[in-house]
Design a protein around this ligand. Structure first.
Ligand code: IMP
Length: 467
């Protein structure tokens, strides 16, 4: 039997590019879909005839009944949320059975991680899922006689001992942070119940994926959180706490890199970002960033914005209003948190940077149907960022610091717009000419073949180009 191979799919922007829906389309070509980073901070949405389902910790291949869903050691897991996600998926009519495998080396998000993230994650605007503190404890390993990094396999081997260790860590945080309203007994009760469901999925064989690939299986790695949020290569500190880059699939995904075949990048035609941090092409700049972050905790921006006059905002000279209108029309509100996403122009420089840094071989671009909204703007054109001006010079990369990023002046080019419903179009040649011109321009600028074009939100609303 010939050996299998693995492909890696990542988001090329700041997240929420529609990775899950691409996986839902190409998933049939693979035997295994595997996660390698992050945890419940991810929100991967799939629209189906029965309604929408949002996956947080489980890989997006759930609708392929024979596909194995693997959660790698590089992930951090919330057991209670995972147990609920499993039940929700089964209630949706999807059988997981033996298909779900969870690495015994994946670390557990403990309750004190969530409490600490709630206190320390405000400036970054984290999802408050305890991601940063969980990865920090993984790196710290041990503090005196307190064991900090507790993994799925540890609990499986000795549930009582490691649950005690989790409780000790919790009590330590409750004491140091002077938290008095946490019900530890209730937590232990719920945790035991959740783990009783989850433990059947833990994979003890640390060479599981390697053996599958040796036996001819095809694996697709599903990145979470996207390249621009990488803990090392993103704009620190406004990043997540894991490595999101394509190469890290072969660390947190538990497979040797010798099986790598190609890297797939996902982008969307109108960019977005949640949380704080620089965003060169943002409509309304700093004002938009502050406005979106004000919603922290209230989560009512969507309701407020749905009452505004969208047509007037689209036609406004004020880019902040244009951004608000595009957010509403594109339903850019967090799948995990409901937070408003900051919205910006498609940025060719940022995308080229992602393509080069990750070695992207093929690109998919979602939400191209939303570009028709620009016909209702004052200039009736689609703005895209084509150059970065920094001081008196030009740069062709995203700088590593917050301060320098905020000094960049984007050079904007206005592309011809198009109108009409494109969601039923099935071939690239039949797309409106201004759209194909824009996409071919993008392909040339970023130096990577464009393979898929999202023309609507439904599962089959994609135009695929032959290779
Ligand atoms: P954390 O990953 O919860 O620590 O959050 C760190 C930053 O990454 C914040 O700006 C979050 O909004 C952002 N982030 C985390 N997960 C996602 C995601 O799945 N999509 C988009 N942004 C995310």
């Amino acid at each position: 039997m010939s050996k299998g191979y693995s492909d890696v799919l990542i988001g090329t922007q700041f997240g929420d590019e529609g990775k899950a829906r691409v996986i839902d389309v190409i998933g049939k070509n693979y035997d295994i879909i595997a996660r390698f980073n992050g945890g419940p901070n991810a929100g991967h949405t799939i629209e189906t005839k029965k309604g929408r389902i949002v996956l947080h910790q489980i890989p997006s291949g759930i609708f392929y009944p024979k596909t194995i869903l693997y959660i790698g050691s590089g992930c951090v897991l919330n057991i209670e949320k995972l147990s609920k996600e499993i039940s929700d998926i089964e209630n949706f009519g999807v059988k997981l059975g033996k298909r779900l495998r969870i690495s015994s080396q994946a670390s557990i998000i403990q309750p004190h991680h969530i409490l600490v993230d709630g206190i320390t994650g405000k400036t970054i605007g984290t999802t408050k899922n305890g991601i940063g503190p969980a990865y920090a404890d993984k790196a710290l390993r041990i503090d005196g006689d307190r064991l900090l990094n507790i993994r799925m396999g540890d609990l499986l081997e000795n549930e009582e001992y490691f649950l005690k260790a989790i409780t000790t860590n919790l009590e330590h945080t409750l004491k140091t942070c002077q938290i008095t309203d946490f019900d530890t007994t209730e937590f232990i009760k719920n945790f035991r119940k959740s783990f009783a469901l989850v433990k059947q999925y833990i994979e003890k064989d640390t060479l599981f994926l390697n053996k599958q690939a040796e036996n001819g299986k095809k694996i697709l790695f599903e990145g979470a959180q996207s390249f621009m949020l990488d803990i090392t290569r993103g704009i620190v500190p406004f990043v997540t706490s894991s490595n999101t880059m394509a190469g890290s699939a072969y660390v947190g995904g538990d497979l040797s890199p010798k099986f790598h075949r190609k890297t797939i990048g996902i982008a969307k035609a109108i960019m977005s970002r949640v949380g704080n941090g620089p965003f060169v092409s943002e409509y309304g700049g700093l004002r938009s960033e502050k406005y979106c972050m004000e919603d922290e905790g209230h989560r009512n921006t969507k309701e407020k914005e749905s009452k505004l006059n969208v047509a007037a905002m689209l036609f406004s000279n004020d880019l902040f209003d244009l951004g608000r209108a595009l957010r509403l029309l594109g339903n850019e509100y967090g799948a995990s948190t409901g937070r408003p996403r900051r919205v910006g122009m498609l940025d060719f420089i940022q995308l080229k940077y992602a393509v080069l840094a990750n070695g992207i071989d093929e690109l998919w671009i979602n939400k191209c149907d939303l570009l028709t909204d620009f016909t209702k703007t004052k200039c009736k054109k689609i703005p895209v960022v084509v150059e970065y001006q920094l001081g008196n010079g030009k740069i062709d990369y995203v700088p590593s610091s917050d301060e320098t990023c905020r000094k960049i002046k984007p050079v904007i080019e206005y592309k011809t717009c198009f109108s009409g419903d494109i969601s039923k179009i099935k071939s690239f040649a039949k797309l409106p000419k201004p759209l194909t011109t824009l996409l071919l321009d993008l392909e040339r600028s970023v130096g990577c073949k464009l393979l898929g074009v999202g023309v609507g939100a439904k599962r089959d609303q994609f135009v695929l180009r032959e290779k």
